[in-house]
Design a protein around this ligand. Structure first.
Ligand SMILES: Cc1cc2nc3c(=O)[nH]c(=O)nc-3n(C[C@H](O)[C@H](O)[C@H](O)COP(=O)(O)OP(=O)(O)OC[C@H]3O[C@@H](n4cnc5c(N)ncnc54)[C@H](O)[C@@H]3O)c2cc1C
Length: 285
């Protein structure tokens, strides 16, 4: 690993100032689980690491009437063990349980997961299906970006070099909404999935009012299966309609063949797991 200077600012303002001062030589470090691995492989060689560990303002959680806001420095384990989140967003807890092991969850943060943008990560899929947005800020400005616009490519996002993810906002779902997450993991529990799927469906008088289907592990980024969603939205929910949507969901996939399965197999498993996830989400309404 290359030598680097390690800085521990005490506030967001100070962090933004340091990022602006050091420019492209600097990288933010949160839990370090992804960044340190990349530095050990010399894929990244930052001269300055700016740690967010002292930023208490990024560890808070706010419950508003219409949304919850999760501080970007919240760890996966903090989400997993949060009682009120478990009541309001059980699908988040379900997802966190499938993230690696306690040791990783204890340090890996939500902000780090999003900025890392590996499409094999579980958290991204569920946050996308829940319609989450990220709050980004730099020295002079802040902006809000829906996750559906945040990811560009493998490990690439719209995050500018001097921007920090400060919060992740999740809109409160309508009363008759069900959500589910499923990861197909035929090898070890700590492996990435062959596919991972999250879905959220809202219903009114038997008709699907809203639907969001997010797919992980099967493209360069996590993706929304919009064509599949439109098969359900505005129509009565049924097993047949869900099967049709599951079949259509493979249109946006572009998986690579690797040790977890061939491209054809991953596409087939996408259809199977989208169907199962939608059925589960529907049953939870
Ligand atoms: C052994 C192992 C197993 C894993 N298994 C799983 C799994 O089963 N499922 C799963 O979903 N994930 C898994 N992961 C991935 C894990 O979720 C990510 O590594 C982790 O979430 C990254 O968060 P971090 O806080 O450690 O980020 P860091 O490693 O600190 O940072 C990652 C990147 O994000 C940037 N960054 C961090 N925070 C911010 C911020 N607030 N604003 C802007 N940029 C920021 C950093 O500059 C860096 O580029 C695994 C990782 C490991 C090491």
């Amino acid at each position: 690993m290359n030598p680097f200077v390690f800085l521990r600012p005490a506030s967001l303002d100070e962090t933004s100032g340091l990022l602006s001062q050091h420019g492209e030589k600097a990288k933010i470090i949160a839990g370090g689980t992804a960044l340190i691995t990349m530095m050990k492989q010399r894929l990244l060689m930052p001269e300055v690491l700016i740690s967010l560990e002292r930023l208490e303002e990024c560890r808070q959680i706010f419950f508003a009437n219409d949304e919850i806001r999760l501080g970007s420095m919240m760890t996966h384990q903090e989400i997993l063990t949060h009682k009120r989140l478990a009541d309001q967003f059980p699908v988040l807890i379900e997802t966190m349980k499938s993230v690696s092991n306690t040791r990783v969850r204890n340090v890996a943060t939500l902000g780090g997961a999003l900025a890392h943008a590996d499409p094999n990560q579980d958290t991204l899929v569920t946050l996308l299906a829940l319609g989450a947005q990220v709050n980004l800020r730099n020295c002079d400005d802040s902006r809000i970006l829906p996750l559906s616009e945040f990811f560009i490519d493998y490990y690439e996002t719209k995050l500018a070099p001097e921007e920090i993810i400060t919060e992740i906002c999740i809109p409160m779902p309508s009363a008759k909404t069900g959500s589910a997450f499923k990861k197909f993991l035929p090898r070890s529990h700590e492996d990435y999935g062959v596919v991972s799927i999250a879905a959220s469906i809202s219903e009114h008088n038997g008709t699907c009012q809203n639907c969001c289907i997010a797919l992980g592990c099967v493209a360069d980024t996590v993706v929304r299966a919009s064509q599949a969603e439109s098969i359900l939205i505005g129509h009565p929910l049924s097993k047949e309609a869900i099967a049709e949507a599951a079949s259509a969901s493979t249109a946006v996939t572009d998986p690579i063949s690797d040790s977890r399965g061939s491209r054809t197999y991953k596409k087939k498993m996408t259809e199977v797991f989208v169907r199962r996830t939608l059925m589960e989400a529907w049953s939870r309404i």
